[in-house]
Design a protein around this ligand. Structure first.
Ligand SMILES: Nc1ncnc2c1ncn2[C@@H]1O[C@H](COP(=O)(O)OP(=O)(O)OP(=O)(O)O)[C@@H](O)[C@H]1O
Length: 352
């Protein structure tokens, strides 16, 4: 039975070093959350605190109504009903796939164990592999066994620490989708740590961006990309350029590409007051290439990405833009091409 995870103003540290500062978020039952951030920002420490492997110095961790951790209280890790999946799979090499999956089911009758193992093998698409040994499986298959083993005892919460980092890129994306399907099919609340944005976007319902021990934003991937809460989040997520803008009395923003007006349904972050200079976020998908558009920009760099080119373009003022363009529009460096701005969300921040 999966459960809601509540992280409330949690701080953690090692000796004199504070590693997590006042982290708060809620992960609803059955949702997949992802902690995303650069190396050393504290993702693993937070996962370990939730698992009961690190004490908290401030705040509370609760699973449903049950208190797991507080400064003066720490429920033992094995009593939390939390499953763990690590980056190195950590399968028992001398046990078959079936025995690996049955490992956490020791308190069940053999017949129930056998049924649960069979259900788990079906869930992860490894029917027929029950008697295989771990070394006979590919990396992706081993990770699916690790997932089946963690899910078999029906954890209230599953924690995954960089579960795909030892796999190659195409397998990671494929397995990411597969793992999301498995987690949803088993209605498991899961929190995953990664520093790979694509992985977070594919897998998660909610993504938390962490930097230097703080949680900067906790939001669905689409919102994180299009409505970042801070300049730092916008810089960390995806690709972007910043245009200088001036806030107009009507709330629109004047830039060298014209007036940008926020739709009422869209949130403008820290828009500033009339006359104020702001940084305007422009994503590569906000700049649309149209051959006959009057606004021209010169191609100064291009990156082939298969289906698309990422063009770096220069306006007459010297301002650079990025544009994601279908790759059948193969323009040469130095060529001036037509562009229009198609920004649905106008995101601005006060100039720092
Ligand atoms: N056992 C420990 N003792 C002392 N300091 C530690 C310990 N574990 C982690 N740290 C420090 O805490 C900080 C956060 O580490 P953590 O492993 O949580 O980050 P992370 O975001 O998971 O990094 P990565 O993506 O590289 O795994 C780092 O500065 C690290 O050096």
């Amino acid at each position: 039975m999966s459960t809601t995870l509540h992280i409330d103003r949690v701080s953690c540290g090692y000796a004199a070093n504070t590693v997590l500062e006042q982290i708060s978020f809620t992960l609803a039952a059955g949702q997949v959350g992802c902690l995303l951030g650069p190396s050393g920002c504290g993702k693993t420490t937070l996962l370990r605190a939730i698992a009961g492997l690190e004490p908290v110095r401030h705040g509370e961790i609760r699973l449903g109504e049950q208190l797991l951790s507080a400064p003066d209280y720490q429920l033992a890790a094995q009593q939390r009903g939390i499953g763990l999946v690590f980056q190195d799979f950590a399968l028992f090499p001398h046990l078959s796939v079936a025995d690996n999956i049955a490992f956490g089911l020791f308190n069940q009758a053999k017949i129930q164990q056998r049924q649960r193992v069979a259900d788990m093998l079906t869930l992860v698409g490894l029917e027929g592999y029950a008697q295989a040994m771990p070394h006979q499986l590919s990396g992706g298959q081993q990770q699916r066994v690790a997932l089946a083993r963690a899910l078999a005892p029906r954890p209230r919460l599953l924690l995954l620490d960089e579960p795909f980092s030892s796999l190659d890129v195409s397998l990671r994306q494929q397995l990411g989708q597969e793992v999301r399907r498995i987690l949803k099919a088993s209605a498991t609340t899961a929190l995953l740590v990664t520093h790979d944005q694509q992985e977070a976007f594919i897998l998660a319902d909610e993504v938390g961006v962490m930097m230097r021990g703080s949680l900067l934003q906790w939001a669905p991937p689409y919102q994180l990309y299009h409505q970042p809460a801070t300049h730092q989040v916008a810089d960390f997520i995806g690709e972007q350029v910043w245009l200088l803008g001036e806030v107009q009395p009507d709330g629109c923003v004047l830039t060298e590409l014209g007036r940008l007006c926020t739709q009422s349904a869209c949130v403008t972050a820290a828009a500033g007051s009339a006359g104020e200079l702001v940084d305007v976020l422009i994503r590569p998908d906000d700049v649309v290439h149209q051959d006959d558009a009057p606004l021209r920009a010169v191609v100064v760099n291009k990156q082939f990405r298969g289906a698309e080119f990422l063009y770096q373009l220069q306006l007459p003022s010297g301002q650079l833009l990025l544009a994601l363009v279908p790759s059948h529009h193969d323009h040469q460096l130095g060529e001036a091409i037509g562009i229009v701005l198609a920004a649905d969300h106008v995101v601005t921040f006060r100039r720092s």
